[in-house]
Design a protein around this ligand. Structure first.
Ligand code: DOR
Length: 437
């Protein structure tokens, strides 16, 4: 199958140019404005921008075990609609992904269910270093240094030293200090105020755990990625960590802060908690400065009934994969950053950080994972339009300008939007992501 995408402004590694892109099979075959060849399909993309598909390196798609909240079929359609062509999924499914066998079961399951490309982390426990050493078909190791949804936790120093010393895969971690969170939780034990979530999971908890993890990485000279940075204070730690350390920020930590509890309540309860307006601004600046280089969603759906339980019973997490690119394109349209920066944060850098082969750039020979975006399209995010199984979004009612209107995964068009309606083609599914390690 050959597809010619004509006349888009194409975001190439060396800059953006109006040109045409020929897809042959699963690959980008030619990039040339004057291309003349017989094809199966021509897409006239004049006035739109073609970018490499988003690689979301932190999602919770809940399969197996928690499929009343989300599953691979719904979540991967949400990805396709959001311009996300590859995802890396976290290990707090049931059973936890803490053995090579469970990892391989998950890969097999995704092969028949995921519309987009997929990868799965292997989770650390205090005593599974043997499994962590043998895992290969994974981007890396996830450690919950602080507990969150589920029961994964590695908090003992000796176990952490062993993991950093004896494994070679890149490590990423959820950094909130468990003892600090427990002490704070005891102090607010009788609270019914959702805003206390940010006092329990406070700035100090994030700082202590990130400092501890970076110290381990530097001493053991181990590649380490700080997941979902939420505070300004962590930025200096990341900058001082040098080349071994990379970091990411989520849209909710850029765009929500403690003032939003009043209107959104538990919909914006997540771990790490949302912090202050000043943290929002400093995290944004850290992206612009190149200290934080990745944007990921931490897409973590729960049913609306679960979320509507009173604090503290309501679970932490929110869905975001289908709106993250549009949220960032809206920033482009407001002049806060460039489209090229968004491509770097959401595609090129995640590919580099996780050693992903042949993705993250529009280049001849690379996989044809592409998103066509319309920077003049304004649409309102609505609960009733969400593809995620949980059927709600904290951005309900928000008007955004700049939306993905077509998505290709390995050369196959999986999504297009026409006259405001989403069309999906699931006749060809996504593929397992390959890594350099
Ligand atoms: O808020 C969160 N929810 N943070 C996490 O780290 C886990 C996630 C989940 O799985 O629900």
């Amino acid at each position: 199958m050959k597809t010619l995408i004509k006349n888009a402004v194409v975001v190439l590694p060396e800059g953006s140019v109006e040109t045409s892109v020929l897809i042959d099979g699963k690959k980008i075959a030619t990039i040339d404005a004057a291309i003349q060849t017989t094809v199966d399909q021509t897409v006239d993309a004049g006035g739109k921008h073609l970018i490499p598909g988003v690689i979301d390196d932190q999602v919770h798609f809940r399969e197996p075990g928690l499929t009343h909240k989300e599953d691979l079929a719904h979540a991967s359609r949400a990805c396709a609609k959001g311009g996300v062509t590859s995802f890396l999924e976290m290990p707090n499914t049931v059973p936890n992904t803490v053995t090579v066998d469970v990892l391989h079961d998950k890969l097999k399951m995704a092969q028949s269910r995921s519309l987009v490309n997929y990868g799965f982390y292997i989770g650390a426990t205090p005593d599974n270093v043997g499994e962590l050493r043998h895992a290969r078909r994974t981007p890396g190791i996830k450690i919950f240094i602080g507990s969150s949804t589920g029961n994964l936790l590695v908090d003992e120093q000796a176990a952490l030293e062993t993991i950093f010393a004896e494994t070679i895969l890149p490590i990423c971690a959820h950094c909130e200090d468990e003892s600090t969170v427990r002490e704070n939780a005891a102090r607010y034990a009788n609270s019914k105020d959702i805003a206390d979530h940010s006092r329990v999971r406070d700035h100090r908890a994030a700082f202590i755990a990130t400092q501890r993890a970076i110290d381990l990485a530097v001493r053991h000279q181990h590649r380490f990625h700080v997941l979902h940075v939420s505070t300004a204070a962590e930025i200096d730690l990341i900058a001082a960590g040098g080349d071994l350390i990379t970091a990411e920020v989520c849209p909710h930590h850029l765009f929500f802060n403690v003032d939003d509890y009043a209107s959104l309540g538990s919909l914006v309860k997540m771990n790490p908690s949302i912090k202050t307006k000043s943290d929002n601004q400093k995290l944004w600046q850290a992206l612009l400065d190149g200290v934080i280089t990745v944007i990921a969603t931490d897409h973590a759906p729960h049913t609306i009934e679960e979320k509507q339980q009173p604090y503290p019973a309501c679970p932490s997490g929110l869905p975001a994969v289908e709106n993250s690119l549009a949220l960032m394109l809206n920033q482009v349209c407001q002049g806060k950053c460039s489209l090229e920066q968004v491509v770097k944060w959401m595609s090129t850098e995640p590919a580099r950080v996780w050693g992903i082969q042949n993705k993250g750039k529009i280049e001849v020979g690379y996989d044809a994972d592409l998103a066509l975006v319309d920077l003049s399209l304004t649409q309102t995010v609505l609960n009733e339009n969400q593809e995620t199984k949980c059927g709600w979004t904290p951005w309900h009612g928000t008007e955004l300008t700049g939306w993905p209107v077509a998505t290709w995964v390995m050369g196959h068009q999986v999504f297009r939007q026409e006259d405001g309606k989403s069309q999906f083609d699931s006749s060809v599914l996504g593929k397992e992501i390959e890594y350099r390690h």
